[in-house]
Design a protein around this ligand. Structure first.
Ligand SMILES: [Zn+2]
Length: 409
């Protein structure tokens, strides 16, 4: 098993600059996917890039038949990202298969290994292209999104030698009985708890919006009573959003960008706009988020005598992960002598796309310092390898689980 070596090799496929920059469909990303396909072949898998740019490897020793257990994640990165986000889930899955081969373990069903195209969504503004294609979502609108240079997804595909007309051929989720994604935590929960393995039971739902507040611009000498100050109203809304999330458990609210017009020292802002990013892990609360956001800003707007509009820009349902798989992961961690705890994922992942279609679960290993999407991202070699060993144990344990692997799964 060459996990540390593979992680180091894959990190070399990058644009120049700090950390790893391997944006979706870029030359370093395509070269990395081709290297990966070759590496999977070397490990005894039958590997190819599918019509959506996913690298899919199939391991079916001794003619194993039926639905496969799927493993995987993504190897695209954000600009100046780290060498573990996504990559560990792909190379850790490969290490798991190599471990099983070393043990001369022969599964009764195939194992598939996927590296999904464009999980990050940084280049074109929408994430999880490859996993959405894998489950058969309609991606026509996605193909016409463009990057900062004006190139569309369709053009980027053609430049990389793919045909945007063929994306539907990537649909293959029906071939899976289960999907398992190993990932670095990208937070500090495991580190602070001193626990080795996170058993991810839910992936947060995400609501992103832009709030536009309209007041009346006027001279800074205007007396305080009777003003319609868009920025002061927005400031109250932002603090109220923070306090709302603080009062809930497992909820986050982030306002990361804000603009005010006309933006002069001596002028009351007549318009202010800010972004909102709200996350909760459960469907019940997620269903009420939009309405509660709208009510909160409308209430403050009324008090401040300004107008407010809320435009939802992204809305991704939370995923509740599969209880039987969670139990298998816990047993696998115990077999490896590793401590474990259940936790939600605060970041989005390909597993979120797979979960409505196939029993899905995630395994987290600790991120040093909780840092991710940064050149400083780090997970110890011991934790990387532990993650791979847990995946291997899950595959072993799943063989005895007729309910999981049976036709009803
Ligand atoms: Zn990731």
């Amino acid at each position: 098993v060459k996990l540390a070596e593979d992680l180091a090799t894959l990190a070399e496929f990058s644009e120049a600059g700090p950390g790893v920059t391997r944006l979706a469909w870029s030359p370093p990303h395509i070269r990395a996917l081709r290297w990966l396909a070759g590496r999977l072949e070397e490990a005894g898998l039958d590997a190819q890039l599918d019509a959506a740019g996913n690298c899919v490897g199939r391991w079916a020793p001794n003619g194993a038949e039926g639905q496969a257990i799927g493993l995987g994640s993504h190897i695209d990165s954000v600009p100046a990202g780290g060498r573990f986000d996504g990559t560990l889930g792909v190379l850790g899955a490969l290490a798991a298969i190599e471990l099983l081969r070393e043990r001369a373990f022969v599964p009764t069903t195939p194992v598939w290994l996927m590296s999904f195209m464009d999980e990050e969504g940084t280049r074109f503004g929408e994430s999880m292209f490859g996993s959405r294609a894998f489950v058969g979502e309609d991606l026509d609108a996605y193909l016409s999104l463009s990057d900062s240079s004006g190139a569309t997804v369709g053009q980027a595909m053609q430049d990389a030698g793919f045909s945007p007309d063929d994306v539907r051929a990537a649909r293959a989720v029906a071939g899976l009985s289960a999907f398992l994604e190993l990932h670095v935590e990208q937070g500090k929960v495991l580190l602070d708890a001193g626990v080795d393995i996170g058993v991810v039971n839910a992936i947060v739902g995400l609501l992103q919006a832009r709030v536009v507040v309209r007041g009346v611009s006027d001279h800074g000498s205007t007396p305080m009573p009777g003003r319609h100050d868009a920025l002061a109203a927005a400031a109250r809304m932002i603090v109220a959003l923070r306090d709302w999330a603080r009062d809930e458990s497992d909820m986050t609210a982030t306002v990361g960008s804000m603009e005010a017009w006309p933006g002069a020292y001596n002028t009351i802002p007549g318009k202010c706009s800010f972004s909102v990013d709200l996350r909760v892990p459960d469907r019940a609360r997620f269903a009420t988020l939009r309405e509660r956001l709208t009510d909160l800003v409308a209430g403050i707007a009324a008090q401040e005598t300004v107008e407010v509009g809320v435009e939802i820009t992204d809305f991704i349902q939370p995923a509740e992960l599969d209880e039987r798989l969670l139990t298998l992961i816990e047993r696998a961690a115990e077999t490896e002598g590793a401590s474990h705890m259940r936790m939600p994922s605060g970041a989005g992942h390909d597993s979120q796309v797979l979960a409505p279609y196939v029993p899905t679960a995630m395994v987290f290993v600790p991120s040093a310092g909780g840092v991710s999407h940064s050149p400083e991202e780090f997970t110890t070699p011991a934790h990387c390898e532990l993650g791979a060993r847990v995946l291997a144990r899950v595959i072993e344990l799943a063989q005895g689980d007729a309910e999981l692997l049976g036709p009803d799964a």
